[in-house]
Write a protein that binds this ligand. Structure first.
Ligand code: 13P
Ligand code: SF4
Length: 301
């Protein structure tokens, strides 16, 4: 029974001195048992603050790796070792090294949705919440942004800076099409529209705001927002609905589902607290190199 699983998770969490972090795209029942919910930036910040010995990361692999980069002394668990991010896998460290050779002296800004090894070849990391600020803070002339071409394009438009873009993309967010937004706007003419900056530029152009997932959480709480069309992974609607009774949240597309985020279940969280596995640990040689760009990401908020 679910209530027994939840009870056991709570008991083991205490016994292990563990904290459960959940990304805003996790299944509703996972969000509901988490100690902290957030976007990539907030979860990384939380991972630096926690006094727990064990971090149960309910998200995808790169997020658990970031927690491990920041906390080499803590045990970071990812309840399903196969929960990855296809966009993060669209660039390898070897491909990045090659690109840097082609563009000598280039400054590399890497979206946090990337492997630890790619981060270790980077100058700065950023998330969707602070990408514009990070790029604005860089005085260097030539910038390479990897791996998300759409977040990169959004940052170019916001900062007016030119950047080389790697052709990566999120397979979940590209499922949201301009016609989805147009249709929803016709159905809900009074609704505001927020989308994630991983969306296609034609989709972003139709929105009131492009925001990180926690940016959307804050936007939804605004008094003037009663109905909101939400252009991102559909599970965020669970949190928005729970935190804003009486308001209406409409997913822009029911096709915006991240299968990797759905791999984490209550049963797997319980199993990982019982066995203290699967653990995500970044090899020390990579970790020390990846730490600087990640720390820069946390400084510029
Ligand atoms: P946020 O940092 O906005 O939560 O986004 C993470 C992510 O993976 C979006 O697809
Ligand atoms: Fe990666 Fe997209 Fe899933 Fe986010 S929604 S974890 S970018 S595949």
């Amino acid at each position: 029974m679910v209530s027994n699983i939840i009870k056991r998770i709570q008991e083991l969490k205490k016994a292990r001195n563990a904290v459960i972090l959940s990304h805003n795209y996790q299944r509703g029942e996972v969000q509901d048992i988490a100690d902290f919910k957030g976007d990539s930036l907030e979860l990384a910040q939380q991972a630096t603050k926690t006094k727990a010995d064990v971090i149960v990361f309910c998200g995808v692999h790169f997020m658990a790796e970031t927690a491990s980069i920041l906390n080499p002394q803590k045990k970071v668990l990812l309840p399903d070792a196969g929960a990855g991010c296809p966009m993060a896998d669209m660039i390898t460290a070897e491909q990045l090294r090659q690109k840097k050779k082609e563009l000598p002296g280039v400054t590399v800004v890497t979206y946090v949705n990337s492997t630890a090894e790619v981060k270790s070849e980077s100058d700065y990391c950023c998330t969707s919440a602070n990408g514009v600020k990070v790029v604005n803070a860089i005085k260097d002339k030539e910038i390479l942004f990897v791996p998300d071409q759409y977040l990169g394009d959004y940052i170019i438009k916001k900062t007016g800076k030119s950047m080389h873009l790697w052709p990566g993309y999120c397979p979940t967010h590209v499922n949201i099409l301009p016609e989805d937004i147009e249709r929803r706007k016709k159905e809900f003419p009074n609704a505001k529209v927020v989308v994630h900056p991983e969306c296609r530029p034609e989709v972003i152009a139709l929105a009131d705001e492009a925001l990180s997932t926690s940016g959307m959480v804050r936007y939804a709480a605004r008094e003037d927002v009663k109905e909101l069309i939400v252009g991102t992974e559909i599970e965020i609607v669970h949190r928005l609905t729970k935190e804003n009774p009486g308001k209406k949240f409409i997913p822009a597309s029911n096709k915006a589902i991240c299968p990797d985020m759905k791999k984490i279940t209550l049963e797997k969280i319980l199993a990982s607290l019982e066995t203290l596995a699967p653990e995500v640990k970044v090899p020390e040689a990579i970790r020390v190199k990846a730490l600087l760009p990640v720390e820069r990401m946390l400084e510029i908020v």
